[in-house]
Design a protein around this ligand. Sequence first.
Ligand SMILES: Cc1cc2nc3c(=O)[nH]c(=O)nc-3n(C[C@H](O)[C@H](O)[C@H](O)COP(=O)(O)OP(=O)(O)OC[C@H]3O[C@@H](n4cnc5c(N)ncnc54)[C@H](O)[C@@H]3O)c2cc1C
Length: 289
Amino acid sequence: MRAYIPDYQLTTPTTLAETLALLASEPGLWKPFAGGTDLMVLLETGKLSHRNYVNIWHLDELRGIDSTLQHVTVGALTTYTDVQANTILRDEFPMLCQAASETGGLAIQNRGTLGGNIVNASPAADSPPAFLAYDAEIELTSAQGSRWLPYQGFHMGYKQMNMRADELLTRIRLTRSKQALKHYYRKVGTRKAQAISKVCFAATARASGHKIDEIRIALGSVAPIPLRCVRTEGVLRGQVVDQSLIETGKSELAREIVPIDDIRSTKDYRLRISENLLGDFLSSIAATS
Ligand SMILES: Cc1cc2nc3c(=O)[nH]c(=O)nc-3n(C[C@H](O)[C@H](O)[C@H](O)COP(=O)(O)OP(=O)(O)OC[C@H]3O[C@@H](n4cnc5c(N)ncnc54)[C@H](O)[C@@H]3O)c2cc1C
């Protein structure tokens, strides 16, 4: 059932400072409203329990993609369309661009933001596995100042985050790699477009010959949070890729992820697909090195 609109309040401060002051005035009373693509679905279905929103869409401080020799820093209001149009992201962080191109349809890509995707904290969201595999950092800002933290560890449980009610996610920072990386991203859904992931797999690796020097693996839709698979990485790092290592990696991954049955898929299917994607990724390292 549709929500009763007069029950809701939306305010639009003109500056970041004003927004942060409002969030600090009564922490928890006001919640950010960015592109609204997650929030509007809840509103339309009468499931939007929170009543007071602060519109952040107009805050220029949260927009833009900047680069230095070491980093690419992306504003929280960067849309999926902005991501795909950026040449540095396309060249150096292709998994993020692939995630953006496979998120929703064009309307969602024009309006949905990376910050909203992260803070909405759906375990099935498509950009978080890419951010985890790129070892991204995030900036949280309150009226008291800003703090940077590794994105890994931000999600602490289902929809629970290391973030205070008076903080905004303001920027996401990606470290540019000086060495060639292998990037591997696969979204598995019911169909090619407008599908929520059954499994989302993102991984990067650096290899010398068939030996894996560095590896990072992250999955969506297989746990209550977007999951960086550090134990699986641990059994693979420093090893030479062969069939036996692939089987070892798959076994460890099966122990590390905790997929469930739900309306979109089954636990067994998610487990099998995750193992197969890891196998395909590892085989591709051996094939190209
Ligand atoms: C038809 C449709 C298809 C979709 N397809 C996909 C898909 O394929 N893959 C996918 O991952 N998602 C998908 N989504 C979900 C959604 O579009 C994304 O999660 C989007 O990135 C959310 O961004 P937003 O700016 O619209 O967030 P909003 O709806 O504005 O906010 C979402 C949540 O994040 C909080 N928030 C937003 N920005 C900030 C910030 N800067 N700091 C602190 N809190 C903040 C809000 O308070 C709210 O709790 C789809 C949605 C729809 C309606």
